[in-house]
Write a protein that binds this ligand. Sequence first.
Ligand SMILES: N[C@@H](CCC(=O)N[C@@H](CSC=O)C(=O)NCC(=O)O)C(=O)O
Length: 302
Amino acid sequence: MGFQIESQISSCGGKLLKLQHESETTGTSMNVNIYLPQQYYKEDGAKIPALYYLSGLSCTPQNASEKAFWQPQADKFGFAVVFPDTSPRGADVPDDPENGWDFGLSAGFYVDATQSPYDKNYKMFSYVHDELPNKLDQFFKSTGSESGSTLDFLDNVAITGHSMGGFGAISGYLKQYASPRKYKSCSAFAPIANPSLVPWGKKAFGNYLGLESAQWEKYDPANLVKNISNKGNDVILIHQGTNDPFYKEQLKPHLLIEAAKGTSWEGKINLNLVDGFDHSYYFISSFVPQHAEFHAKNLGLI
Ligand SMILES: N[C@@H](CCC(=O)N[C@@H](CSC=O)C(=O)NCC(=O)O)C(=O)O
């Protein structure tokens, strides 16, 4: 099914697999890391859901694998964690002509680009929410596990992310909300909450999607909450550090709270401002246990 296992690293009670595969969606080779928890190796017939973690600007799958400390939480509750890359890569993949780190390579923004020259490779929405889960499902079904445990990458799944990836998680969750492949829960660490109104988002959306506001609204969480109905008591969990240098100019989580007022999401976006925390993985790893418990509940693990 096309994945090459580049390395398998024992970590906590399970293993971190570094995988590489050819993507038809991006037209490039893609890297992805997967943490398989201890239950996958030890528990007969365990059914293991997956949490997708979308990383932020300038990241590869390694940042969160090494610094977010999801592994002990995945072992505690029994879920796998998928760490996709943040963009297509390769010599032929167009990058930021200004050589910035906020656009182009490592900054695919989890949208499907429609504008040349980015529309050939930058199809990160379809890659993350469609091609990758389906390929993982096929691959792990074909390889099987020694304990008879099964991994679920398609149905009992949840999503989270940081900064650009926090935006990608909320946007993907809301856009998939009414589909059969609905994520069971969504959380975010310091997300770019209203990208259409901030410099990082304007640069990325303008270059990937063009200048029509209607195209931006298809992905912007602050617009999506107005058009997608919360069907029950679904809550989006967010943590934001008050000492984050990007908080006031780029992230603006209050704009999402404002946008949700008067909609079915009012009161359902649980924004936690945490004093003194910055934008780094010291912040993320501090709140990973809370996010893990939140997702574990929604995935039926506790
Ligand atoms: N490369 C930049 C720093 C960029 C940065 O802070 N990236 C964040 C995500 S920002 C929003 O999406 C990040 O996660 N960095 C990786 C890490 O391991 O901390 C610079 O050099 O200033």
